[in-house]
Design a protein. Structure first.
Length: 286
């Protein structure tokens, strides 16, 4: 990754296996203050596992992780929660809570035992609720919400932690386009105005392109390429990592790379692949 600002998180030669299967292989990276990083790659490439390890939720087999220059394994859970917030793919709530209570959980790492939230806590929560337009949800039961509504609330809980590092694990997968862009715009504002470091797993390359300063491409548990978004999102990398034929253009409106995928690369050319699909749909009629 390019040098920019203060280093806040790094990993050196991280390896991780499950029952003899290598999930991560010698992962080395660093993240700096005030940057938005996107992790992309095929299913099973180790993206979520990497995030879990960088958050301290999983123990790696070998290698080292550093949070603000200190070995991550030396932090307690509450210390990590003051530095790192995570919006996961899925979230289970074992008990029934109101939405307002779920959001307030984001401030618990900063309160002393048996203490209540203070004025600063409520000010942070109020700002998050306003940014995410959740005012009308605060008294509703969390478990009565739709999947997309729950995801917005979990976003709010993470943002209420007000941490210097925010991880997103395909966290807009349940959201419609409006709320996807609304939430990512709020996250981008945190990057630009507060210097938050964001590391996000993306399924959609164009969404990653629109919001990320830098891209990490993974395949088979390894980092295949990483760097500035404009440099990494190209036809060669997309072909190598995803196995699809593509065209990458610079969008005139956003001035960002825009990926057009054209078909699967394999024993057949992309053109032959499209031809087979057309024949299947049309029954061979022209």
């Amino acid at each position: 990754m390019s040098e920019h600002g203060k280093n806040v998180l790094s990993a050196e030669n991280i390896c991780f296996s499950i029952e003899g299967n290598e999930i991560l292989k010698n992962i080395t990276l660093s993240a700096t203050e005030g940057r938005f990083y996107g992790i992309v790659g095929p299913n099973g490439s180790g993206k979520t596992t990497l995030i879990d390890i960088l958050c301290g939720y999983r123990k790696n087999d070998s290698g080292e992780k550093y949070l603000f220059g200190r070995n991550l394994d030396g932090y307690g859970k509450k210390e990590i929660a003051r530095k790192i917030a995570l919006v996961p793919q899925n979230f289970d709530m074992p008990f029934s809570f109101r939405v307002g209570e779920v959001i307030e959980m984001g401030r618990h790492p900063f309160t002393k035992r048996f203490s209540s939230l203070d004025e600063n806590d409520y000010r942070i929560i109020e700002n998050v609720v306003d940014d995410l337009e959740l005012q009308d949800f605060l008294d509703r039961e969390f478990m009565t919400l739709s999947g997309g509504e729950r995801q917005r609330v979990i976003f709010a809980r993470a943002l209420a932690q007000h941490t210097p590092i925010l991880f997103l694990d395909e966290s807009t997968s349940n959201l419609d386009p409006f709320f996807t862009h609304s939430l990512l715009a709020v996250v981008k504002k945190c990057v630009e105005q507060r210097g938050v470091t964001v590391i996000s797993v993306f399924h959609e390359l164009n969404l990653a392109s629109l919001y990320c300063d830098e891209i990490i491409m993974m395949k088979n548990g390894e980092i295949k390429s990483m760097g500035k978004t404009i440099d990494i999102l190209n036809e060669e990398n997309i072909s190598s990592v995803f196995g699809v034929d593509s065209e990458v253009i610079i969008d005139e409106y956003t001035d960002k790379p825009f990926v057009i995928t054209r078909g699967v690369i394999g024993n057949d050319s992309a053109g032959e692949f499209r031809g087979r699909i057309y024949n299947k749909i049309s029954g061979g009629k022209k």
